[in-house]
Ligand binder design. Structure first.
Ligand code: MN
Length: 235
């Protein structure tokens, strides 16, 4: 059957490489958790009281994904482009209103991620009560490594770290997440019907900072893998 003609070429669904598999993993949605390590919340001037707060999120378009190892241009309209090293959960099964005790069953695996951020624009938006899109939804601003299959495994600990030009900038542990992997999946599933290919960037530890053209970022999460990014010249 001949497909119905379209006016222009439909954008391709992003797909990610999977360690040990020839098939790639199609991506559905990108969810990002804000302020999910205490020391990072403090450095942003907004400490978190878990007893009185719930996790909060923002989203980015899947079209912002870029593969680990890429060189990306320094983006427009910022003077303060920041790295945020994060563990990324890859959802592999559908789920809605999932109990914390069952949340691990939705996990396909993990990846390393960088939530690149126009910090200047994000803080203006935050302080004016505006959406964060201009600060966060940045072309080539959602960096992702290969996916490591770990079906049904809720990671509870492991070093997470980032260097810039070989110098240590971020170093923490997954056991310092304010809302852990199970809690995040369960909470997200009260708002969304989670689907295979949904990615949850779980938040960044302290030590975020600015990059400049020429910088080389290298991150890793113990037991998951590594990620790299080169910052090119401004367009
Ligand atoms: Mn982040």
């Amino acid at each position: 059957m001949t497909p119905t003609p379209t006016l222009w070429t439909p954008p391709a669904v992003p797909t990610l490489p999977v360690r040990g598999r020839s098939e790639r993993a199609p991506v559905n949605r990108l969810f990002f958790v804000g302020r999910n390590y205490h020391a990072h919340a403090v450095e942003m001037g907004r400490p978190v009281d878990k007893s009185a707060e719930q996790p909060f999120y923002f989203t980015k378009s899947p079209s912002t994904l870029v593969a680990s190892g890429a060189t990306v241009p320094y983006p427009p309209r910022t003077q303060n482009y920041h790295y945020e090293m994060e563990l990324v959960v890859v959802i592999g099964k559908p789920g809605f209103r999932v109990a914390e005790a069952d949340a691990h069953e939705l996990i396909y695996g993990y990846a390393c991620g960088l939530d690149m951020t126009r910090r200047d624009l994000q803080l203006v938006a935050r302080d004016k009560g505006r959406p964060w899109d201009l600060g966060k939804d940045i072309e080539q601003g959602s960096v992702i490594s290969e996916i490591v299959p770990m079906p049904g495994v809720a990671i509870e600990r492991g070093e997470i770290a980032l260097t810039v030009n070989g110098q240590p900038r971020q170093a923490s542990d997954i056991d310092k997440l304010i809302w852990n992997i199970r809690e995040l999946i369960a909470d997200r599933s009260t708002y969304y019907h989670l689907q295979p290919g949904d990615l949850i960037y779980t938040g960044t530890p302290e030590g975020v900072g600015a990059v400049v053209p020429g910088d080389r970022l290298e991150g890793r999460v113990a037991g998951v893998g590594e990620i790299a990014l080169h910052i090119g010249a401004a367009e």
